[in-house]
Design a protein around this ligand. Structure first.
Ligand code: F3S
Length: 291
């Protein structure tokens, strides 16, 4: 008898759900934009496009668009402080859907840098959330995401160091990098700003992958939190598949698996997860039955 385990934490987190709901609430009004794609999921982005929501990648594009009464929704990743100012100066309405957990990091970084701390962000410097966080610091920011970068870190010993994290960073890796920095003898303030939703999703994914013979991780190709889930699962279970929708899944790869785990990133809509579960369940039933 085959077994299928679906992660309870799979799919939209609180912040993403809130941001997506916010954009849908604005649909139907004139000249609605999102500052970057609202989530890393092509299906949702396409649906919003069909409803008239446009995506702008920067303030320049928005300012150049000569329509009146423009409204831009800031996505859950948040943006740098100067972007709010630029939008305000150009009379563009802002609907802020920045996740409250990201807003908290903005406040920490603004306050700590104002008080003279050197800011270290543990995260991916190219991720929009990290770019946004950097834009709240009053002083230059250092971003690290590898052991090597942590080892090479050379800061001013006279000044305090404040370490924050990208919300979706892997908790164990965060701990590892923090320990390396702490050993250097700086006066360090550590703010673990990894979101619980991420930790819970990662822990559950690891537990499922340990029991499973095959794991399916569902999420957009550019979703960093889905990629991290994939890495965690792949570490525990060699047969781990990263798919965007059911169309990417080669079901024959699951034929020999007795226990199949399914999880999904924070930006994966429920209907996509359900479609995968239904297809896997049907496939397993056809092969040998499932409980
Ligand atoms: Fe917010 Fe956590 Fe989601 S920071 S956007 S609730 S992963």
């Amino acid at each position: 008898m085959k077994k299928m385990i679906v992660a309870k934490s799979a799919g939209f987190c609180f912040g993403v759900q809130r941001a997506v709901d916010t954009v849908y609430e604005q649909c139907g009004k004139d000249n609605i934009y999102t500052y970057g794609p609202i989530i890393h999921n092509e299906e949702v982005v396409k649906d919003l496009e069909n409803k008239g929501v446009k995506i702008v990648e920067d303030t320049k594009a928005l300012i150049k668009d000569d329509k009146k009464d423009k409204t831009v929704v800031i996505r859950s990743h948040g943006v740098a402080k100067d972007i709010y100012e630029e939008l305000k100066n150009n009379n563009i309405n802002v609907v802020d859907a920045t996740c409250p957990f990201v807003l908290k990091i903005h406040r920490i970084v603004e306050q700590e840098s104002r008080d003279g701390s050197q800011i270290v962000i543990i995260g991916n410097e190219k991720h929009p959330e990290v770019e946004g966080i950097m834009g709240w610091s009053k002083t230059p920011v250092i971003v690290i995401d590898t052991v090597e970068k942590a080892q090479n870190l050379a800061l001013d010993v006279e000044k305090k160091v404040c370490i924050v994290s990208q919300t979706t960073f892997n908790y164990n890796k965060f701990k590892e990098l923090v320990e390396i920095i702490e050993k250097k003898g700086y006066n360090v303030v550590i703010r673990n700003t990894i979101c619980n939703a991420t930790e819970e999703r990662q822990t559950e994914a690891r537990e499922i992958a340990r029991q499973a013979d095959a794991v399916i991780v569902i999420g957009g190709s550019s979703s960093s939190n889905t990629r991290k889930l994939y890495e965690i699962c792949k570490n525990e279970c060699e047969k781990t598949y990263y798919i965007q929708t059911i169309n990417d899944l080669d079901l024959s790869g699951l034929a020999m698996a007795e226990c199949i785990g399914i999880t999904a990133g924070a930006s994966t809509p429920n209907n996509i997860i359900e479609e995968v579960c239904t297809n896997v369940r049907e496939f397993c039933r056809d092969v040998r039955g499932i409980n």
